[in-house]
Structure formats: structure tokens, C-alpha cells
Ligand binder design. Structure first.
Ligand code: FVH
Length: 296
């Protein structure tokens, strides 16, 4: 295949992620148009062969596939405003973080102006763009995914379509992303403890990585317990974690670290015990985390 036969792509937003996406398309030989609010950020990509559009309307008009990677749905809507007349008939893909309601608003704007809309999420860092196992998932207009799947895979090989509801990708983006900060905080607490003892944080990595692998190994069982409401399979009970509350407080004092981030989790554990889940698997915490549906 020659470069001429590859789908022209426009990238809107040249932050860390948008720049990596544009570079991936240039590397893959796609005619690539770029636009950014702060135009100076386009210079390295132009030097690498990208076409720089002076305004967002020209950027949208330049390609059948327009990929926006701005900060949020709000900033994407604001940036695309002047291009409202140009999006009709084009495939518009958004790749920012945000909530499902933001995705629905974005989808309503895009389809209301005649665009074929696909929302997506990239679950990795900019340096992982283009790698075979980099995860991206999409939802919305299936025809956009089917028509441009090969082109979308340039951004990451582990690419999938979740469904026709435009807000599904944002739902999964938030649902998967929720693990990140608690997991990192756990590592930071461990690093605070060992560095206070004069040991390097790097000495933890091997063991924490194994611990994370263990968590990965039990996720399927935990998920099945949640889906069935039968919290009897995983042999790690709410009661066991409840006992551990005391250790968190003790290590906070002994290691001189702030354990305040544990307190809401301790509260969940206490409420789960009060609700009768002491002998249930830790997956039963979802019963106190998930608020009851309000009836209208
Ligand atoms: N970077 C990462 O590791 C994560 C990985 C997972 C997914 N996220 C999400 O991707 C979106 C973009 O992230 P980013 O890393 O590219 O973000 P920045 O480097 O901060 O660039 C932000 C771009 O958005 C433009 N922008 C912001 N506000 C406006 C606005 N009002 N109008 C027009 N453009 C706007 C900004 O333009 P400028 O400041 O350069 O002029 C950048 O192009 C994000 O949702 C992550 O959560 C990345």
C-alpha cells in the first residue's frame, strides 16, 4: 500500500496525547492535518510532514476522519464551535476523558450537525500510542468503526467496539480508570514507608508488581461474585479486611505516614460488617458502595 491510499486523518488537539497520535499517523504514512489552539505546538509535527490548518474549520474540512483529543468534552465542544458547518458527513472521533453525560452531550452536538460520531478512550500513556497491546475502545456509530477500523488501529492494536450507545466508551473509561489513583496511592504509601527507612522505592517495584498480578488473577472471580450476588467463592472476607483497619492506623503512626486516604475505605468495611457481610468475600463491599436506585 502506498501512502496515497491511506485515509487522510485530522488530529485536533496537540497536547501530549494528541501529538503522539499525530506522530503515529505520520509514521504510518497517513496524510495528516493538525490543529491546536496554541498553534506553536504544531511546529515539530509540521517538520515531520504534517499539514497545519490555520483554523479548526479548515482542519475538519481536510479529512474524512477527524480525531479530537482535547482536555474534555467541554473544551472539544468549544473548540469545534466554529467548525459546526464543516462536520456534516465526516467521521468525528473524540478521545478525551470525561463522563457518560459529557459523551451524550458531545454525541448530540455532533449528530445534530450531521457528523457520524464515535467516542473513544485510550487507556495508556502517550509513549504507548501505536503499540500492539495498547488498549482503545469505542462506542457510537458502528459504521465509523467498521469503515475506519484499520486506521483507528494505528493508535493501538488492542482496539475494540463496545456498542451503539455513544456514552459506553466514557462509562468504561471512568469504570476502568477508577482503579488508577487508589492503586498508585497504595504504592506511594509503601514508598513513603521504605524511603523513611533509607531504602529506595525501586526496591518495592518487584514485589508490588507481583501483588498487582495477584489482584489481576482474582478479578474474574470477584466480577462473577458481583454479577451473581454470591459472595462465597473468594477466601478473603470482609471480616479479614476489617481486622486490618487497626494495622493501617498502627503503620501510620509507626511509619509516620498520612493514612487519611484509608478512612473512607474503613467506613465502607464497617458498614459492610454492620450489614451482615463479615463472612462474605471482600467483593460484597459493592453492596454498600453501590447506592440503592431511587424510585421516581
Ligand atoms: N496524557 C495521558 O497520559 C492521558 C492518557 C489517558 C487519556 N488522557 C486523556 O487524553 C486527553 C488529552 O490529554 P493530553 O495528555 O493530551 O492533555 P494535555 O497535554 O493537557 O493537552 C490538552 C489539549 O487540550 C487543548 N485544550 C484545552 N483547553 C482547550 C480549550 N478551551 N480550547 C481548545 N483547546 C483546548 C490544549 O490546547 P493548548 O493548551 O495546547 O492550546 C491541548 O491541545 C485528556 O482528556 C486526558 O484525560 C491522556
Amino acid at each position: 500500500m502506498t501512502g496515497d491510499t491511506r485515509t487522510p486523518v485530522t488530529i485536533l488537539g496537540l497536547g501530549a496525547m494528541g501529538t503522539a497520535l499525530a506522530q503515529a499517523y505520520l509514521d504510518a504514512g497517513h496524510p495528516t492535518t493538525v490543529w491546536n489552539r496554541t498553534a506553536a505546538k504544531a511546529a515539530p509535527l509540521v517538520a515531520a510532514g504534517a499539514h497545519h490548518a490555520e483554523n479548526v474549520e479548515d482542519a475538519v474540512a481536510a479529512s474524512p476522519l477527524v480525531i479530537a483529543c482535547l482536555l474534555s468534552y467541554e473544551t472539544t465542544l468549544a473548540a469545534l464551535g466554529p467548525a459546526a458547518g464543516a462536520v456534516s458527513g465526516r467521521a468525528l472521533v473524540t478521545l478525551n476523558s470525561g463522563t457518560p453525560s459529557g459523551a451524550r452531550e458531545m454525541a448530540a452536538w455532533a449528530t445534530g450537525h450531521g457528523a457520524r460520531f464515535l467516542d473513544g478512550a485510550i487507556k495508556n500513556v502517550p509513549t504507548a500510542v501505536g503499540l500492539p497491546d495498547t488498549v482503545l475502545y469505542y462506542s457510537g456509530d458502528r459504521s465509523v468503526f467498521d469503515e475506519h477500523e484499520t486506521t483507528l488501529r494505528v493508535m493501538g492494536g488492542d482496539t475494540s467496539y463496545l456498542g451503539a450507545d455513544a456514552d459506553l466508551a466514557a462509562l468504561y473509561e471512568m469504570a476502568v480508570g477508577g482503579t488508577l489513583l487508589p492503586a498508585l496511592l497504595g504504592f506511594f504509601q509503601g514508598a513513603a514507608l521504605v524511603t523513611r527507612r533509607g531504602l529506595p522505592a525501586t526496591s518495592l517495584v518487584r514485589y508490588t508488581a507481583k501483588w498487582l498480578e495477584m489482584i489481576i488473577s482474582v478479578l474474574p472471580v470477584i466480577a462473577e461474585e458481583i454479577d451473581t450476588g454470591d459472595y462465597t467463592r473468594l477466601p478473603s472476607s470482609v471480616g479479614l479486611f476489617h481486622e486490618g483497619i487497626a494495622y493501617d492506623h498502627e503503620i501510620g503512626v509507626e511509619g509516620d505516614v498520612d493514612i487519611a486516604w484509608h478512612l473512607p475505605m474503613h467506613d465502607l468495611l464497617r458498614r459492610a460488617v454492620e450489614a451482615g457481610h463479615r463472612d462474605h468475600s471482600i467483593a460484597a463491599l459493592i453492596e454498600v458502595l453501590r447506592k440503592p436506585h431511587e424510585t421516581a
